[in-house]
Design a binder for this molecule. Structure first.
Ligand code: ADP
Ligand code: MG
Length: 577
């Protein structure tokens, strides 16, 4: 028989910690929020090894009185709530009195603080939840320094779930740059292993923080929301013009009363404001700051305080939607606001040449089959894994329908073209036959420091692929040539293709080097879903896919086609038992 037992204090506190401290970025978030609550004007964040080794947050806020230092790391100890009713009008970022205790239970936490008006400060160290040293008096500048070392040293399961260092660093960068934007009057400085990743001046200018978040070009394009006060809700911030988009919604950031929150409904409000202005699968960049009276928001619904509940969600939704919509209508240039479908019927004429012009290097250039490759397979001979197909037509402007000796094939035109371009690119590369397009005028591109360092490490490989790129330092690059395949993109965009929009779990560029870069370039150059193809082009695409070494998957490993065998069809129509 298993009997019911009370959890030991240690296990109970580790479980509780798990809800607040999931990864290094959550520690950074709690410590930065504490510094902001303390009225800091300057917050310095030092990170080592993406936070596993060290996270140090130093502020010049009001500090913690020496005789309260021990209490600060106790669970449910807070200076921010006194009575139960206070919970319904929280105006500080913290209120649960849990963060420091949670962090201390899964790391070695050292707090050094000197409170305003005191002549001496104090230092204390907690390891794995147990008091290790102090509090001892110590001379310190006014404010607080919280140092977290060896995060999760006693919770190996957590350590295992951490992502790559780069992914964890990105989370931290994303967090700090967003707080810098929400608190422009506070000076933020973030370093990774001694290298500066982000710095804001605290001048109060949000545009400056926008640059840290999106880089100078995108920041310049962002539209400031008209600050329109409707009853209780005020909405401010920035949104991108419809021409500036991402293919994911991670760049839609929401702050409610100075707190970074996730809220699907408010994201939907932003998207609704762009209704008909964006192509399918494209999302705007936005930083939306919503302010309303503290009693109109319940912040106590999520342990990490990442979600909130509104007393009147509809009015908040409509305030956000209206503010964004009005800004777009007023400020977004009309032409840019209604994008042409990239390859709708209108733009088709010029693109068709690109598709079928044999001179267009990376298009559907007819290529002779390599001599050593076996000839076309006869039905049933099984020489080629992939038989010759007869194209029937296109459906949904996304899939090509074809018939083979053994049934029906549905081919994803984008994935298939990616595969074709990828093998062509690889073959040309081996034959040293890659062509690059020289720009009439060199283009200058500025990238986010993180992206810049990815790219800098790749300059040689890039050169081999037809990019002529020089790094100037400070995230700036000069581009003199790009691969011919990307010649229709603007050079800045062509370069960005390489470093932008990585999925959470995608590995850094360096990992697979050239093949990875080629795959990224091909993804961008391939026809998209939504582009109508003539029957001739569909045939050409299928013919070239047949000639590929690995026709069944795109370079990213997704299938290029679905095969419905005659047998399956017969079964579906109940012709077979
Ligand atoms: P909470 O922020 O929810 O109150 P924490 O565990 O994060 O809980 O912090 C506990 C208490 O420690 C806070 O209420 C505050 O009094 C004090 N404290 C923590 N960090 C700081 C800081 N950087 N400056 C001043 N006081 C701090
Ligand atoms: Mg706190």
């Amino acid at each position: 028989m298993v009997s019911i037992r009370l959890l030991s204090e240690e296990i109970a506190s580790q479980i509780a910690a798990g809800e607040v401290v999931e990864r290094p970025a959550s520690v950074v978030k709690e410590l930065v929020e504490n510094a902001l609550d303390a009225g800091a004007r300057s917050i310095t964040i030092e990170i080592e090894e993406a936070g596993r080794k060290l996270i140090r947050v130093a502020d010049d806020g009001q500090g913690i009185p020496s005789d309260e230092l021990r209490l600060a790391v106790a669970r449910h100890a807070t200076s921010k709530l006194a009575a139960a009713e206070d919970l319904f009008r929280v105006s500080t970022l913290g209120f649960r009195g849990e963060a420091l205790a949670s962090i201390a239970s899964v790391s070695a936490l050292t707090l050094v603080s000197q409170a305003r008006g005191e002549f001496v400060g104090a230092r204390l160290r907690v390891e794995g939840g147990a008091m290790a040293q102090g509090p001892h008096p110590i001379g310190a500048p006014q404010g607080t320094v919280a140092t977290v070392e060896n995060l999760f040293f006693n919770v190996p399961a957590r350590l295992k779930f951490l992502k790559t260092e780069r992914a964890e660093r990105r989370q931290i960068d994303a967090l700090v740059s967003r707080y810098a934007l929400a608190y422009p009057e506070v000076r933020f400085r973030l370093t990774h292993d001694g290298r500066e990743a982000l710095q804001s001046t605290g001048s109060g200018d949000r545009r400056e923080a926008l640059i840290a978040l999106y880089g100078p070009e995108a920041a310049r394009q962002m539209l400031g929301l008209e600050d329109r006060q409707s009853l209780d809700v005020s909405v401010s911030g920035f949104v991108s013009p419809p021409a500036l988009t991402r293919n994911h919604r991670r760049e839609i950031t929401l702050f409610v009363n100075g707190r970074w929150v996730q809220d699907q409904r408010l994201i939907a409000a932003v998207l609704q404001a762009y209704h008909t202005l964006l192509m399918v699968g494209q999302y705007p960049l936005a930083v939306i700051l919503v302010n309303l009276p503290p009693e109109a928001v319940d912040v106590n619904v999520h342990p990490a305080k990442a979600e909130v509940r509104f007393r009147d969600p509809d009015s908040v939704f409509s305030a956000v939607q209206k503010a964004v919509r009005a800004t777009l209508l007023e400020k977004a240039p009309v032409q840019a606001a209604i994008p042409q479908p990239a390859w709708g019927h209108a733009g088709w004429a010029e693109n068709r040449d690109r598709l079928i012009d044999p001179a267009w290097n990376m298009g559907f250039r007819p290529t002779p089959r390599p001599a050593e490759e076996p000839g076309p397979a006869l039905p049933g001979t099984g020489v080629l894994e992939f038989p010759l197909l007869r194209v029937v037509g296109q459906i949904g402007a996304a899939y090509v329908v074809a018939e083979g000796p053994d049934g029906l094939y549905l081919i994803d035109q984008h994935a298939a073209h990616e595969r074709v371009l990828y093998e062509q690119f690889q073959a040309d590369r081996r034959a040293e036959a890659l062509t690059s397009q020289r720009l009439l005028e060199p283009a200058y591109v500025e990238l986010h420091p993180e992206q810049a360092s990815q790219l800098e490490s790749q300059v040689d490989t890039l050169a081999a692929l037809g990019f002529e790129v020089e790094a100037f330092g400070g995230g700036a690059f000069r581009v003199r040539a790009i691969p011919a395949m990307l010649k229709d993109l603007d050079p800045a965009q062509a370069l960005r293709v390489l470093v932008e929009d990585f999925e959470e779990d995608e590995r850094p560029l360096e990992a697979e080097g050239e093949a990875r870069l080629i795959a990224r370039v091909c993804k961008r150059a391939a026809v998209k879903a939504g582009q109508a193809l003539s029957l001739e082009e569909q045939r050409e695409l299928v013919r070239r896919l047949e000639a590929c070494q690995s026709p069944r998957t795109c370079p990213h490993g997704r299938p290029t086609m679905i095969h419905l065998t005659i047998d399956m069809l017969a079964r579906q129509f109940s012709r077979k038992g």
